[in-house]
Ligand binder design. Structure first.
Ligand SMILES: Nc1ncnc2c1ncn2[C@@H]1O[C@H](COP(=O)(O)OP(=O)(O)OP(=O)(O)O)[C@@H](O)[C@H]1O
Ligand SMILES: Nc1ncnc2c1ncn2[C@@H]1O[C@H](COP(=O)(O)OP(=O)(O)OP(=O)(O)O)[C@@H](O)[C@H]1O
Ligand SMILES: [Mg+2]
Ligand SMILES: [Mg+2]
Lengths: 228, 228
C-alpha cells in the first residue's frame, strides 16, 4: 500500500554546518493490510519518515509510492487530494485547530473533502475513544490524553486506506492505550486498512504484525510479530 | 515542601451543564526531598493538580502551600516571583516559545528572574540530555523527544526547590527516558530538591519514592516505593 525507495531527507542547506540528514537512504515496503511499527531512539528520523511517506513533506531524493502513485510526480493540488481521500494522520503533537471544538476538529477533513460522514461509525469511534462528553470543548479545555484521542478520531473517521500514527499512545494511560491499539489492530482486519505506527513503546509495538528499527536515519533491523 | 488541602477545581460556570469538576477535594503533603509520582487515567485531573500546586492556576476552593507560603494570599506579582525563584515546570505539551532557539528557551526563566546561570551546570544538563547539537535550532526544527528534553533543561537549569514534571518521558525512548528519570532521582538526593511527577508509565513511577493514584479528581490510593 505504501513504500519508500532510497528515501533521503536533509534539513537545512545541504553541505552547510547546520544541515541535518534525518533520513539516510530508507527503503521500506508496507503491503496492503499490514500493521507496521516503526521504532528507534529520539531523533532517529521516525516522524520525518512518516511525514514523507504521507506526502506532508518532500524528500531530498528517493521515492514514495502510495498505492500505485509516485508522489514525486504530483502537483500540490493532486497531493492534497490524495491525502484527503486516502490518508489519515495522527500527529505527535496532535495539531488540532485551537479555535474549533473537538467535534469540529474531528469532522474537518471530511468537510474539506466534501465527503459525507458515516454517523454510525462516528458514534462507534467516539464511544470507543471515550470522548463523547468532550465534543463541544476546544483543545485547550481538554487533557493531553483527550486531545490525543480527538486526533485519533479525526484520523480514523473517513476509514482511510492508510493510517499513519506518530506515537499515538504517548499521552494515554495503559487502559486507554490498549483500547486504541486493539482498535487499530481490528481495523486492519475488518476494513483492510494499512497502518504505519511510530512508537517507542515495545508494548504498543507488540500489537503490530512487524516492526522496523530506525537509527540515524536508516533501518537497521526488522522483526516479524514483535512480542514483549 | 508543597501541600494541598481539600483542593477543588471546577472548570466552567459552577452548576452549568458543561462544568467539569477536575479536582474534587485533594489533600496531599509532599515533604522536602521527596520524589512523588502522580498517576491515574487520562482526564483524572493530574495536569490540573500540578498546575494548581505550582500556582499556574487558581483553585475553586482549598489551599496550596509552598514552603510556608499559602498561595491564596499572594498577588499576581508575588506569585510570579515565587514561581521564578522556587519552581521549575515541565509541561505536558512543552510550551516552548516557537520564535526562540532551544538555548534561548532554556535560559529564558533565568534571564527573566535576572539570576546568573551556573554555566558548568548548564553544560552538565545539556550533555546528559543529549541536546548539545540542537541548541541553535528552534522548536519546529526539533523532534518531539528533543523538544521534551529542551523543556526538561529549562525546568532544571536554576536548580529550583520544587520541580513539577507533567509526563516528562512521554516522547522519549526507553534509554533517554531512563537517563532523565535517573537524573531527576539523583537531584533529589544531591540538591535536596522536591519532585512531583505526573506519569501514566509504571516504569517511570518506579523511580519515585512514593506514588499516588488519582481518579475522577480524587486521590484513591497511595503506594510507598512503587516497584514494577
Ligand atoms: N479549561 C478547561 N475547561 C474545561 N474543562 C477542562 C479544562 N481543562 C481541563 N479540563 C477537563 O478537566 C479534566 C481533567 O483534566 P487534566 O488535564 O487535569 O487531566 P489529566 O489527568 O492530566 O489527563 P491526561 O492524562 O489525559 O493528560 C478533563 O476532563 C479535562 O477535559
Ligand atoms: N525542520 C527541521 N530543521 C532541522 N532539523 C530538523 C527539522 N525537523 C527535524 N529535524 C531533525 O531531524 C532529526 C530527526 O527528527 P524526527 O522528528 O524525525 O525524529 P524522531 O525519530 O521522530 O524523534 P522523537 O522520537 O524524538 O519524536 C532530529 O535530529 C531533528 O532535530
Ligand atoms: Mg517524532
Ligand atoms: Mg495531563
Amino acid at each position: 500500500a505504501v513504500a519508500t525507495y532510497n528515501a533521503v531527507k536533509i534539513y537545512g542547506k545541504i553541505g552547510s554546518e547546520s544541515a541535518v540528514t534525518a533520513l539516510n537512504g530508507v527503503s521500506l515496503e508496507v503491503p496492503l493490510g499490514q500493521f507496521l511499527a516503526v521504532m528507534g531512539p529520539s531523533g532517529s528520523g521516525k516522524s520525518t519518515l512518516l511525514h514523507c511517506m504521507a506526502g506532508l513533506d518532500d524528500l531530498t531524493s528517493g521515492n514514495v509510492i502510495i498505492g500505485s502513485t509516485n508522489l514525486n510526480g504530483l502537483s500540490d493540488r493532486q497531493l492534497t487530494r490524495l491525502r484527503r481521500n486516502s490518508i489519515g494522520f495522527m500527529f505527535q503533537s496532535f495539531n488540532l485547530l485551537p479555535t474549533l471544538t473537538a467535534e469540529q476538529n474531528i469532522r474537518l477533513p471530511s468537510d474539506l473533502a466534501g465527503s459525507s460522514v458515516d454517523e454510525k461509525w462516528f458514534n462507534t469511534l467516539i464511544d470507543l475513544l471515550g470522548i463523547g462528553d468532550r465534543l463541544k470543548h476546544r483543545p485547550s479545555e481538554l487533557s493531553g490524553g483527550q486531545q490525543q484521542r480527538v486526533a485519533a478520531a479525526r484520523a480514523l473517521l473517513s476509514k482511510p486506506t492508510v493510517v499513519f500514527a506518530d506515537e499515538p499512545t504517548g499521552n494515554l494511560d495503559s487502559k486507554a492505550g490498549a483500547l486504541l491499539l486493539g482498535f487499530l489492530r481490528s481495523s486492519v482486519h475488518e476494513h483492510g486498512q494499512t497502518i504505519v505506527m511510530v512508537t517507542h513503546d515495545p508494548n504498543a509495538a507488540s500489537f503490530a504484525d512487524k516492526a522496523v528499527l530506525l537509527a540515524d536515519g536508516q533501518i537497521i533491523h526488522s522483526i516479524e510479530s514483535p512480542t514483549q
